[in-house]
Design a protein around this ligand. Structure first.
Ligand SMILES: Cc1cc2nc3c(=O)[nH]c(=O)nc-3n(C[C@H](O)[C@H](O)[C@H](O)COP(=O)(O)OP(=O)(O)OC[C@H]3O[C@@H](n4cnc5c(N)ncnc54)[C@H](O)[C@@H]3O)c2cc1C
Length: 472
């Protein structure tokens, strides 16, 4: 990557957002919905704290984003429990020109479900049924608001599991994960959510005076995968599942960072099944809460694995040869307290920030060799910076991503760090921006914009989050 790429940390909300509706418009919309669908729950200013909570997510990990979203609030929240109610809300919003922002569990990190033009937040948590599990293929059809943790329990009864889950598996919805997430536990085997094959179909409601209920196949669904709900309301998803495994949680200690990194690079290439790999530098390991029975971290770096039970003899023997010591192991099903998978991905950031709220982070796909990059970046930064690495499969290769933790020292320092990361060859998935494009590959995806034109011609869905729509 060229050294001179701008980092583009936002300083303001975008121009060209639809206007915030006036009180009379919202009152008319509410009255109409209440009359036609008396069973539809509506939350308004009379339940102010709830309205505020349902307009927020976890963007506070970014000191760049948090101030931009201050005061951005929905004027009304609708909580449908049926697809017919979703269609009624979509119709009312289209006719009254009220912006509509979808919400699942509200656990996104980039303000994905924060409404930037007020209007209505559509809380889909009441749409939460597992509609179908095909016993022959393992393919499921599931309502978009289902919590992934609940879904996991239902699938386990049939020996199946979701391929990929975020570390927020307990509180995030499956629709929110597809619309707003990207990677997670299982990414070591199954790559990222947008890899072809991880989403097989969508049921979508359009935002028009007479909304359509579309059934999209895998190819047509691609444009709505990771589009922040800006180009269609997802009411159901078709997803492949994988065999359920009682993964064994392993905590391996290393006295030496280079040895720990070499082990992380080596074992993902062995013929052992791993569902996740996470490497924490010593200060980060010390800040984590650990599962019941797992010793607290002292001064060692820690490699955390979710491994297939059949892999244990090879892993324990070979990790010893690589300088590691297995400190604790327990099948996930028997774990008490916090499970190991809630120490990875942005849960690492969460636990770190609970003691150091003035720290922030980045998300980088590391160039190879990773060790040289980390040494060079630390040197350039010249201050405290701690490593947290995760294993992923990227276009068929096993790679490491890094979510480095750094103290917040102002925009300029963060801009410099971003420029250094790029200059040294890392690919940045910027967690300090709010558009789909800027948090991803940086380029406008014409298919995403075309899907918005087809499904949301008035541009009411999650305004401001699809840069390609604003720039068209
Ligand atoms: C501690 C922590 C750890 C995390 N770890 C991970 C991780 O491992 N991997 C990862 O990818 N993410 C992670 N995240 C981000 C987030 O938790 C996940 O992406 C999660 O799956 C989002 O689901 P949600 O239901 O909370 O979505 P929400 O935050 O409610 O919504 C996310 C986006 O999807 C849209 N949306 C939601 N439902 C629909 C729908 N039915 N139709 C259309 N659009 C919709 C929203 O408008 C929004 O743009 C983490 C966040 C935190 C705070």
């Amino acid at each position: 990557m060229p050294a001179s790429l701008p980092t583009d940390l936002p300083t303001a909300l975008p121009e060209g957002l639809p206007p915030r509706p006036d009180g009379a418009t919202i009152a008319a919309l509410r009255a109409e919905l209440a009359q036609q669908h008396p069973g539809l729950e509506l939350v308004g200013p009379e339940r102010g704290a709830e309205l505020e909570r349902l307009s927020r997510d976890f963007n506070s990990y970014s000191p760049v984003l948090e101030p931009l979203f201050a005061g951005q609030q929905a004027q009304v929240v609708a909580r449908p429990t049926t697809v017919a109610q979703v269609m009624a809300v979509a119709s009312a919003c289209a006719r009254h020109r009220v912006p509509l922002t979808c919400r699942g569990g509200g656990t996104g990190n980039y303000g994905q479900c924060v409404p930037l033009s007020g209007g209505l937040v559509l809380d889909l948590s009441g749409l939460n049924r597992l509609r179908d599990l095909d016993p022959a293929t393992g393919v499921i059809t599931v309502d978009s608001g289902a919590l992934m943790g609940d879904l996991e329990r239902q699938l386990a009864a049939s020996g199946r599991a979701l391929r990929l889950v975020p570390s927020t598996v307990r509180s995030g919805s499956i629709g929110g994960f597809i619309a707003g997430g990207s990677v997670g536990i299982g990414s070591l085997r199954w790559g990222i959510l947008r890899d072809p094959g991880n989403l097989l179909g969508l049921e979508v409601v359009t935002v028009e005076p007479e909304p359509r209920l579309l059934q999209l196949d895998a190819a047509a669904s691609e444009a709505l995968n990771h589009a922040y709900g800006s180009n269609g309301i997802l009411t159901a998803l078709q997803l492949p599942t994988t065999e359920a495994v009682d993964w064994v949680q392993l905590v391996v200690g290393f006295g030496d960072w280079d040895q720990a990194l070499a082990a992380a690079q080596a074992i993902v290439r062995w013929a052992v099944e791993l569902n996740s790999l996470n490497l924490l530098e010593e200060p980060v390991a010390r800040a984590m809460p650990w599962p019941a029975g797992c010793p607290e971290a002292q001064c060692e770096h820690r490699l955390l694995l979710l491994a297939h039970p059949a892999a244990l003899p090879v892993l324990t023997a070979r990790l010893g040869q690589l300088g590691g010591q297995v400190l604790w192991q327990k099948p996930q099903s028997q774990s008490k307290g916090i499970p190991l998978r809630e120490l990875g991905w942005n849960h690492t950031t969460l636990h770190w920030r609970s003691a150091q709220p003035d720290w922030t982070y980045l998300q980088l796909l590391l160039p190879q060799p990773e060790g040289a990059f980390l040494t060079a970046l630390r040197q350039r930064w010249g201050g405290p910076i701690h490593w947290h690495l995760e294993g992923v499969r990227q276009q068929g290769d096993q790679r490491l991503v890094c979510l480095p933790l750094v103290p917040w020292q102002g925009r300029q320092r963060l801009e410099q760090l971003i420029a250094d990361c790029r200059d040294l060859g890392a690919f940045l998935f910027n967690p300090h921006v709010f558009t789909v494009e800027d948090g991803g590959l940086g380029v406008v995806d014409a298919d995403q914009v075309a899907a918005k034109a087809a499904h949301d011609p008035a541009g009411l869905l999650n305004p401001g989050k699809l840069r390609g729509w604003l720039e068209r």
